[in-house]
Design a binder for this molecule. Structure first.
Ligand SMILES: Cc1cc2nc3c(=O)[nH]c(=O)nc-3n(C[C@H](O)[C@H](O)[C@H](O)COP(=O)(O)OP(=O)(O)OC[C@H]3O[C@@H](n4cnc5c(N)ncnc54)[C@H](O)[C@@H]3O)c2cc1C
Length: 297
């Protein structure tokens, strides 16, 4: 591995690696560091590259890397390999049974071509405020496994996102899997994405909501509400949970909670919508989400 940088300087073109396992991959990352670009499906990375927003000196392709594929069910959790595509998530029996809004969000991504190539790992590490899998990750309390040549660590999705395009992932780390704790009995969820069109639309605003009820299937144990595209990172609204914990879902004033969400968020104006529009829509989709989960009981 030593001397890779010198060799590259002489050749002056992109050097390509296609490791077969995680150990080899993280050794390459340890040796070359931040100049390596990790390539999964390429639907974000290569678009930026072909638009010549930057040059790539070293490319580490995950395509043949074993151990990052598949969706596995355990007693208490599901583990999703970072290379799982949106199409695989959309069609997965386990995802649709236990984490339906991840399947729905994946089914909303881009077009069939994008869903066949784009991966969960790429969506997460790309850290776009409009990334469609991100709100569901926070709502379902996902954890991410990050592996470097030195260590393997598990971090919470809530702590992962820093700003648009930036996460706590270090240049020497790979995201290898997503771990989702299996929901308790009486857990219900809803996903709403608003875009400018029905398909191939970047999200203008989205909302993932997970409601956990007590054994009576009415008293609220926990409400996890996460909005996309209203802040630099996915926004988990903890105040809502504090406000309604212990109340009965059939006695809740959904309008009041919709207003609360609109008051709490501070979105910006951008090419897709004004801040006033986003606040108004946030209110409406909060009400709609609560109506949806209340009906699922
Ligand atoms: C036409 C079009 C429509 C789209 N529509 C949507 C949409 O509706 N919703 C949406 O959310 N996104 C959309 N996208 C964006 C994109 O398809 C998704 O974000 C996709 O999930 C990215 O995955 P990828 O495997 O292609 O990532 P890549 O482009 O391969 O990688 C993205 C970034 O993540 C890093 N990376 C990837 N995997 C790992 C890993 N395992 N460990 C460490 N770093 C890693 C890469 O280095 C890169 O910086 C669209 C893109 C296009 C071109």
């Amino acid at each position: 591995m030593k001397g890779l940088k010198k060799e590259k300087q002489k050749q002056n073109k992109t050097k390509y690696f296609s490791p077969g396992n995680v150990k080899e991959a993280v050794e390459i990352l340890a040796e070359i560091g931040e100049e390596v670009e990790v390539l999964a499906g390429g639907t974000d990375l290569l678009v930026r590259y072909y638009e010549r927003l930057y040059d790539i000196d070293y490319l580490l392709d995950l395509r043949l890397l074993e151990g990052l594929e598949g969706i596995k069910l355990y007693d208490d959790r599901i583990e999703i390999g970072a290379r799982a595509t949106h199409s695989q998530l959309e069609k997965s029996e386990y995802i649709n049974k236990y984490f339906p809004i991840i399947g729905q969000a994946a089914a909303n991504v881009g077009s069939p071509q994008i869903r066949n190539r784009g991966t969960i790992g790429g969506n997460i590490v790309n850290a776009s405020p409009a990334g469609d899998l991100l709100p569901g990750m926070l709502a379902y309390e996902a954890k991410f496994k990050l592996v470097s040549a030195k260590e393997e660590i598990i971090v919470s999705a809530e702590d992962f996102f820093v700003e648009p395009g930036k996460t706590i992932l270090k240049p020497n780390q790979l995201l290898t899997k997503v771990i989702l704790p299996k929901p308790e009995e009486n857990t219900y969820s809803s996903w709403i994405k608003i875009g400018m069109r029905k398909t191939v639309a970047i999200t203008t605003i989205s909302l993932a909501l997970v409601l956990k009820l007590k054994r009576d299937n009415n008293t609220i144990k926990e409400l996890r509400t996460c909005l996309g595209s209203v802040a630099p990172t996915p926004l988990l609204i903890r105040e809502l949970n504090r406000e309604i914990k212990g109340e009965k879902i059939d006695q809740l004033d959904f309008n009041r909670l919709g207003e609360l969400v609109a008051d709490i968020i501070s979105p910006i104006d951008d090419v897709r919508a004004t801040k006033e529009y986003r606040k108004e829509v946030a209110r409406n989709i909060m009400i709609e989400s609560l109506e949806k989960v209340a009906k699922l009981r």
